[in-house]
Design a protein around this ligand. Sequence first.
Ligand SMILES: C[S@@+](CC[C@H](N)C(=O)[O-])C[C@H]1O[C@@H](n2cnc3c(N)ncnc32)[C@H](O)[C@@H]1O
Length: 312
Amino acid sequence: MMISQHIPVMIKEAIEALNIRDNLNYIDATFGGGGYSEEILKKADCNLLSIDKDPTVKNYAKKLKVKYKKRFTFVNDDFENLESIIKENNNDFVSGGIIADLGVSSFQLDDSERGFSFNKDGPLDMRMSGKGVTAQELIYSLDEKELAKILWDYGDEEKSRAIAKMIIKERNKEVLDSTFKLVKLIKRVKKSDHKKKNHPATKSFQALRIATNQELKSLKKLLMISEKILLPGARLVLITFHSLEDRIVKLFFNQISGKQANLNRHLPHVIKIKKVKFKVINKKPILPSNTEIKSNRRARSAKLRVVERMEI
Ligand SMILES: C[S@@+](CC[C@H](N)C(=O)[O-])C[C@H]1O[C@@H](n2cnc3c(N)ncnc32)[C@H](O)[C@@H]1O
């Protein structure tokens, strides 16, 4: 059940960064509620192909299809398949640009049945696509060390080992099948943290969501494909919501724009650059204004980065 509205983050900045022009083709890799997609279609007489792995957003896409007809196409898939998706839609290249507004939407967070939120009780699911291994199945498939690594690597959870230990100890006493059962275990470990600004389960939930959806793997694939398929003048715009994502995007942009080829554990597929083909548009990431952060808490950790394929 969809019970909320998704307020697009930094929409003005994102649309400006994409440099939308008539007759070009664009990709919105993370359709969500269609906020960015609709703005792209309004801005110029361009064509747009939007992607989302979540099948529940189809209704929003249908509304845009009715309004924009042939100019708009929606594909329910993972953006890591972008190369085959655009081929199936009669294109090999992208002339205008690609935008991806990463992470979860408010629809996903607010629907307790999806299991993304530590504030709502629901099944321990967390799958954006509704397919594959759930967060619960993931937790049961891991040993203590592997679970602690996920909590540390993807959540920067400083109590990762203690939380993993608690989960492994308790998971066979009572089935760990709900968000609130998991929250209870995390709170038992982080009991002294209750005065902190963020909820004690914030980091663990982020980590489990990233692992369940293999978010970093998909992001890396999207970046690699984008490098191949953007035509001169086309832009690549990424909006990230945590430092892991942002680091991957930053390092990748540094590489393709000819800055040092940075070998990093989060970016193992270093591209061998024969010719520098991209330029970074903003040296520093674009951040949301204080006014936006006040009116939309989700915006507080957003960072927008943009590169443009050069004429060579
Ligand atoms: C932050 S929301 C996007 C909101 C959108 N910009 C708007 O204005 O409504 C992120 C969306 O990306 C989707 N998503 C995340 N990772 C994805 C992936 N690897 N492939 C396709 N869609 C993905 C999620 O399902 C979610 O709907």
